[in-house]
Write a protein that binds this ligand. Structure first.
Ligand code: SF4
Ligand code: SF4
Length: 292
């Protein structure tokens, strides 16, 4: 079975235990204003221009049969309404500044890739982590992929917002060894405001997953003024305590480089001025979610 992916990260060390290969599935039903992977938000074909890598040779502009490319203010500009994704600019660009950020991959191909990297993952207690976008957004492909990975003896982990019908989780859970789950905002209205969806299903699914007894790590992305408030973090700790007080919560510091990716896609980031929390502030925020 084929599914849509936008990236594969090799030798990842922050996506679960050991050295892991992380596969990023494309598409997400949430629209978090701070999304750090904007190239994974929507399904379908897309093109990005890494302007920092461009050497201004003009090859892409002359190559494009649709006249979708031009130079504006000294930089390559894409008229996305004209592009038909023929890929010529990607193939001809000498500096790999043009890139397609969608690709179809099949379960067999991805499992073979993981088998080749199994030596590293096995000795370190690693495996595969399926991330996104939101992996639950391609449930049939995800299920087949996990089955295939388990048949190959690979440790499986998912990084998810848990936003899906519970039956999707029921189907995939037997083929997962561990879960990295996001709880971003506890207050429902605030969650809707910043992610576009209610968190009711998410919190309900968390209770379901915790009941399975498999390893779960809760993660909270720290977004200044949105998720990174004492009230929200203490609220998330209390909610997790009410389900299983032994569960750990990990805070992910704000990634101030995410804005660059928005420029590659000709999108505007919600706040270019935000920066990661300095050490003391980060530690203070962590103290709100520690297991007591
Ligand atoms: S993918 Fe094809 S149509 Fe689109 S910008 Fe590149 S060359 Fe032009
Ligand atoms: S082909 Fe690549 S390096 Fe040359 S102008 Fe286009 S994007 Fe820049």
């Amino acid at each position: 079975m084929k599914g849509e992916i936008f990236d594969i990260k090799h030798f990842a060390v922050h996506d679960g235990p050991g050295i892991r290969t992380t596969i990023f599935l494309k598409g997400c039903p949430l629209h978090c204003v701070w999304c750090h992977n904007p190239e994974g938000m929507k399904r379908g074909r897309d093109l990005w221009v890494k302007r920092e890598a461009c050497i201004h040779c003009g090859t892409c502009v002359h190559t494009c049969p649709k006249q979708a490319l031009s130079f504006r203010d000294g930089e390559v500009s894409v008229d996305r309404s004209l592009c038909d994704f023929c890929n010529l600019c990607v193939e001809k660009c000498p500096s790999r500044a043009m890139r397609r950020i969608d690709r179809m991959a099949d379960t067999k191909e991805l499992t073979e890739l993981l088998k080749r990297e199994q030596l590293f993952s096995d000795v370190t207690g690693g495996g595969v982590t399926i991330s996104g976008g939101e992996p639950l957004y391609q449930p049939e492909f995800l299920l087949e992929l996990l089955k295939s990975m388990k048949e190959a003896g690979i440790d499986t982990c998912i990084e998810t917002s848990m936003f899906a019908p519970q039956r999707v989780l029921e189907e995939i859970a037997p083929y997962l060894d561990r879960f990295l789950v996001d709880i971003k905002i506890l207050d429902e209205e605030t969650h809707k405001k910043y992610t576009g969806v209610s968190n009711r299903q998410i919190l309900s699914n968390f209770r379901y997953l915790a009941g399975l007894g498999k390893p779960i790590l809760v993660r909270v992305p720290l977004i200044p003024g949105i998720t990174a408030t004492e009230e929200n973090l203490r609220g998330i700790r209390s909610f997790v305590d009410s389900v299983d007080p032994k569960l750990q919560i990990e805070l992910l510091n704000f990634n101030s480089f995410a804005g660059t990716k928005y420029r590659f896609l000709d999108k505007t980031y919600f706040d270019e001025e935000l920066r990661a929390f300095p050490k003391e502030e980060f530690e203070r925020l962590c103290s709100y979610v520690e297991v007591r």
